[in-house]
Each structure stands twice: as structure tokens, then as C-alpha cells.
Design a protein. Structure first.
Length: 145
């Protein structure tokens, strides 16, 4: 296992999780309409999950002798969006996270604890993706503003 590459990968993951946490919280603030309640609940649960992932990653980076990044991946702020646009944005972000974690599994194949940690995060990201996909599948015709 290339420790330097693993630490770089884990820091990239940490930066993505920090951005996801901010994005989901923002979306929980701006969503309105008849299904606001369930969406706020989902967005805040996803934000909390992202925070838990960030904590796991930051702790693991330190345990491996690295220094956790303070960066947050850039977040695009499009302004006013429909609920469908918000959900599509989140769905795309989750897909990017799934792809990122899948690519990194090969880096940690020789470390069962690291591999299992990333697989657990990957499983939770998959659940987020599937939940969002089910909302999008029904094309919710409600605006965020």
C-alpha cells in the first residue's frame, strides 16, 4: 500500500464529504413547497451522514500519520432552482462520490480495515444515490422558491 497515495485519496474524500455536508444543508434551507418536510429531513440526514464520513476520514488520516485537509471541494451555487434541479444536482454529486470511492478501493486492497471503511462509506453513498434517484424518477413539479 502506497501510504502517500492513500493519504492523498482520503484527503480528497474528506474535501468531497465537507462539500456534500454544506450542499445538503443549503438545500435543506432553500426547499419549499408541499413536500418540503420530507426533503428537509432527507437533506439533513444526508448532511449528517456526510459529517460522519468526514469524521471517519479525518480520524483515519491522522491515525495514518497524515494531516487532514481543511479544504472543501468547490460548490457550484446556481441561485434559484426547482426541486427537481436540486435533486438532479445532488444525484450527480452522489454519482461522482460513488465513482471516486470505487476507484480508490484498489489503493487499499491490501488493508482490510481501510477497504472495509471505504466500502461502508460506499454503501451509504449508494443508499443516498438510490433515495435521490427515486425522488427524481417521479419528476416533482414544485419549485424551490
Amino acid at each position: 500500500m502506497d501510504k502517500k497515495k492513500v493519504l492523498e485519496a482520503l484527503n480528497l474524500d474528506l474535501e468531497h464529504e465537507m462539500a456534500a455536508m454544506v450542499r445538503y444543508l443549503h438545500h435543506s434551507f432553500i426547499v419549499t413547497g408541499s413536500i418540503r418536510g420530507p426533503l428537509v429531513e432527507m437533506f439533513r440526514r444526508h448532511a449528517t451522514d456526510s459529517m460522519r464520513h468526514a469524521i471517519k476520514l479525518g480520524e483515519k488520516i491522522c491515525a495514518l500519520g497524515g494531516h487532514p485537509s481543511m479544504k472543501v471541494q468547490e460548490i457550484y451555487e446556481p441561485g434559484e432552482q426547482t426541486i427537481e434541479e436540486i435533486l438532479q444536482e445532488d444525484l450527480s454529486m452522489e454519482k461522482d462520490h460513488l465513482d471516486l470511492y470505487e476507484r480508490q478501493l484498489d489503493l487499499v486492497r491490501d488493508s482490510t480495515p481501510l477497504r472495509l471503511m471505504l466500502e461502508q462509506i460506499l454503501l451509504e453513498e449508494t443508499e443516498h444515490y438510490e433515495e435521490l434517484e427515486m425522488y427524481v424518477r417521479h419528476r416533482v413539479p414544485v419549485t424551490a422558491k
